[in-house]
Design a protein around this ligand. Sequence first.
Ligand code: NAD
Length: 251
Amino acid sequence: MHRLPLLSVMSSSKGVVLVTGAAQGIGRSIALRLADDGFDVAVNDISNNSEKLDALVSEIQEKGGASSKYVADVSQDEQVKTMVDDVVTRHGSLDVMVANAGITGIVAPLTEISADEWDKAMNVNARGTFLCYKYAGIQMIKQGRGGRIIGASSTAGKQGFATHGSYCASKFAVRGLTQAAALEFGPHGITVNAYAPGVIDTPILGAARDTIVEHYTKTSALKKIGVPEDISALVSFLVSKEAQFITGTAS
Ligand code: NAD
């Protein structure tokens, strides 16, 4: 097992990861994969999903990993700051931030959505990712041994989709933020990348799941939709030693 250059030689762990929105879907898969890879894994979600976080922490601990849970809303400045501080107090450092939490927000034509509805997706997806990058960056720079930061963009962060205006705008924002952060944090040995997949089969698809699956099974390049493990495999690579020269990407 390799050790990132950022990590304490006293620990058998590869380092400390914080995954936001980890109670289900892609975040849960990333948490389990990085625990299998040898990281201590701190997991976050909102209070409604607190019990799912407990189950995830137990699952990781039963496999012999170190894990802890943090209930916080990533769109709230003080909550993200406190969460990062608490993770460092509990596990000793923060070496990898996976700013995964996200919501679809309102699905409707732009002419029919209110400013408050617009704000919902922007607050969680764009502002929340900014806050996670910010406080992770502050901590990693202070530690002085590099780090890895990863955000959740989307194909909707590269191309517009009708009736998904606020979601698309928020995911374009994640991609721009990721490029800016890569330039700012690079001199500190911190890489910043985003995943930007097409449709992945998770609870975010909601009631429209079967229609979405049918559509993308016909129209996507691979004639199928993805599963969360497709993304956790990418994240596992992005936090590996081999990915040390990759930054500012969204793939
Ligand atoms: P999901 O709905 O299954 O999981 C998202 C998690 O984020 C949930 O557990 C939710 O409670 C949590 N969350 C929501 N708001 C939060 C907040 N304010 N603070 C903390 N946690 C919060 O969705 P998913 O499919 O696993 O998506 C994960 C990320 O990947 C999202 O950012 C999503 O936009 C992105 N993404 C998903 C797909 C897809 O097709 N599933 C495709 C591209 C990108």
